[in-house]
Design a protein around this ligand. Structure first.
Ligand code: BJW
Length: 233
C-alpha cells in the first residue's frame, strides 16, 4: 500500500500538484530544498508552521480509517506513505513507513538528533536545538535529498514481495516513491490504483478506480468483509 497527498485531501489538507495544490502557489525550490533552508530558514519554517497549523486541525477521513482497519484484517498488511501529516497514525495505523518524514518531528542540523514537537504555532522561528543551539530543520525529505536508506530498502522489499499493491492518492511523479508500485507489479503482484485522475502508473495497473479514496475505500472494505464472512459460512 502506497499512499500520497490525495488520501488526506478529503480531510482538508492541500495536495501538492492538484488544482489548489501547494506547488501551484509556492515554488518548491524556494521552500522544499536544503539550499532554500540554508538561504532563509525563517521563511521555510514559517511555511512549515503554517502547514502544521492546518494539519493540526484536521482529522482522518474514512480512507485513512479503512487502511487502519486493514492492519488487523490482512495478516501481512504494510502501509508506506509519502505523507508527512501523521493522519494514518491518528486514524489508528500502528505500522506506518514514512518515506518523506513527519512534519511533527525536527532534526538538529549539527547533531542530527530527531525530536518530536507538537506546539502550534512554534514558539521560536526558526527553532534551535535545546542541546547545542544549532538550527533545527523539519524532519522531512526535500528535493535532491536522499531518502533514509533503511526505510527505502524496507519499502522496496515490502513492495517486491507483496501479493497486492495499491497506489492511493499519489500523482506518482516523485521518485523513488513512484517506483515502488512498479517493483510490485514487475514481481507479479496485482496492482490497483485509486485516484480521480490518471497518473504515469495507470497503464501498469490491473485495476484503476477513478474515485476519491475516502469514498471508494469504505465500499471496497465492505465488499471484502462481506466475502470473507461468506467464506466462513
Ligand atoms: C486524490 C484525491 C482523493 C486528489 N482521493 N486521490 C529529474 C530531474 C530532477 C530531479 C529528479 C529527476 N528525477 C528524479 C528526481 C529527483 C526528485 C524527483 O522525483 N523529482 C520529480 C518531481 C521530477 N526526487 C528527489 O529529489 C527525492 N530524492 C532523491 O531522489 O534522492 C536521490 C537524488 C538526489 C539528487 C538528484 C537526483 C536524485 C526526494 C523527493 C522528496 C519529495 N519531497 C516532498 C516534500 C516533503 C516535505 C513536505 O511536505 O514539505 O514530498 S515533494 C511532495 O511530493 C511531497 C510528496 O510526498 C511528494 C509526492 O506527492 P504526492 O503525494 O504524489 O501528491 P501530489 O499532490 O503530487 O498528488 C496528489 C494526487 O492525489 C493527485 O494525483 C490527485 O489526482 C490525487 N487526489 N484528491 C484520491 N480524494
Amino acid at each position: 500500500m502506497l499512499t500520497g497527498a490525495g488520501i488526506s485531501a478529503e480531510s482538508g489538507i492541500p495536495t501538492f500538484r492538484g488544482e489548489d495544490g501547494l506547488w501551484r502557489k509556492y515554488r518548491a525550490e524556494q521552500l522544499a530544498t536544503l539550499s532554500a533552508f540554508i538561504q532563509d530558514p525563517k521563511l521555510v519554517w514559517e511555511w512549515y508552521d503554517w502547514r502544521r497549523g492546518i494539519i493540526d486541525t484536521k482529522e482522518p477521513n474514512p480512507g485513512h480509517e479503512v487502511l487502519a482497519g486493514w492492519e488487523g484484517f490482512f495478516p501481512q498488511f504494510a502501509l508506506i506513505t509519502q505523507n508527512i501529516d501523521g493522519l494514518h497514525q491518528k486514524a489508528g495505523s500502528n505500522n506506518v513507513t514514512e518515506l518523506h518524514g513527519n512534519i511533527w518531528k525536527q532534526r538538529c542540523i549539527e547533531e542530527k538528533t530527531i525530536s518530536e514537537y507538537h506546539d502550534v504555532p512554534l514558539k521560536e522561528i526558526p527553532p534551535h536545538c535545546p542541546e547545542c543551539g544549532a538550527l533545527l530543520r523539519p524532519h522531512v525529505v526535500w528535493f535532491g535529498e536522499s531518502l533514509d536508506g533503511t526505510i527505502l530498502q524496507k519499502s522496496f522489499m515490502l513492495s517486491s514481495t507483496c501479493d497486492v499493491m495499491f497506489a492511493i492518492g499519489t500523482s506518482a511523479v516523485v521518485q523513488p516513491a513512484a517506483s515502488l508500485p512498479l517493483s510490485a507489479a514487475e514481481a507479479g503482484a496485482k496492482f490497483i490504483e485509486i485516484n480521480p485522475d490518471p497518473t504515469p502508473l495507470t497503464s501498469y495497473a490491473d485495476f484503476s478506480f477513478r474515485a476519491k479514496s475516502g469514498e471508494l475505500l469504505p465500499l471496497l472494505d465492505a465488499e471484502l468483509r462481506r466475502r470473507s464472512e461468506e467464506k466462513k459460512e
